[in-house]
Design a protein around this ligand. Structure first.
Ligand SMILES: C[S@@+](CC[C@H](N)C(=O)[O-])C[C@H]1O[C@@H](n2cnc3c(N)ncnc32)[C@H](O)[C@@H]1O
Length: 231
């Protein structure tokens, strides 16, 4: 936009700093712009709003964000407005509730799925990364209702910690008539504070498999998984 007036963009909100999970999701979306252009898109857990901003820049027809945190909703509204996207809507609410009865072409989610209790971590409230004892609280809720919110042939991309059970998610997807594929895998640094809170039996089982420690530094394998509805 250049109408001669100075455009002042708001700065980043430090508390909502996008994580490496968000980066991986953005990379997967940018790898296939043709599968975004012209699509109606939903993000559950929109946080800073940056994933929806990327989707807007890739030509999504409309973007809709849901988050349980008021600060995130305000951040998303401001970011999309600042970037000139007038096809964005945001809703404060829990998971699927704000979009009951609605379907989308593409649904993305980077929901908390770390296996640790609902406690604040790294200065962020529990809703930022805690997925409960097995890490699956929101992943299971996401998969269970996904098909009823996808158009035929629609798809979803979701971030998924390797150590919370990829096979369990695959089975849940198949049980709901959805395809399930791993699109991208990377290692992300697991801060000491988070590792110490994670369910010990899960950490033990994942050691050397999907959690790799080098001295005091630990990295966890994460995936971007794609779930698809039949056409
Ligand atoms: C790891 S952050 C991801 C944020 C976003 N992708 C970004 O990079 O800015 C997870 C987000 O999910 C939201 N969230 C957690 N529980 C939720 C729920 N039950 N319903 C909707 N959003 C939720 C959190 O408030 C947070 O903004």
């Amino acid at each position: 936009m250049n109408d001669g007036s100075e455009m002042v963009l708001r700065g980043p909100i430090k508390a909502l700093r996008p994580s490496e999970y968000t980066s991986a999701l953005i990379q997967a979306l940018r790898d296939e712009p043709d599968r975004v252009r012209g699509r109606n898109v939903l993000e559950i857990g929109s946080g800073s709003g940056v994933v929806l901003a990327v989707l807007g820049s890739l030509g999504a027809a409309s973007v809709c964000g849901i988050d349980i945190e008021q600060e995130a909703i305000e951040a998303g509204i401001n970011l999309l407005a600042d970037l000139g996207h007038d096809n964005a809507e945001f809703h404060l609410g829990d998971m699927w509730l704000p979009v009951a009865g609605r379907r989308f072409d593409l649904i993305v989610a980077n929901l908390p799925n770390s296996p640790h209790p609902q406690v604040p971590i790294s200065g962020r409230p529990p809703n930022w990364s805690a997925g409960g004892y097995d890490g699956r609280l929101l992943v299971d809720a996401f998969i269970a209702a996904l098909r009823t919110h996808l158009v035929p042939g629609g798809r979803a991309l979701m971030t998924h910690n390797s150590y919370i059970g990829l096979d369990q998610s695959r089975e849940a997807a198949h049980a709901n008539g959805l395809s399930f594929d791993v699109r991208l895998s990377i290692l992300v640094y697991v801060p000491e504070e988070k590792l110490a809170l994670m369910t010990p039996s899960i950490v033990q089982a994942a050691k050397g498999q999907s959690l790799h420690s080098f001295g005091p530094y630990t990295f966890g394998e994460i995936h971007i998984v794609e779930l698809g509805a039949p056409a």
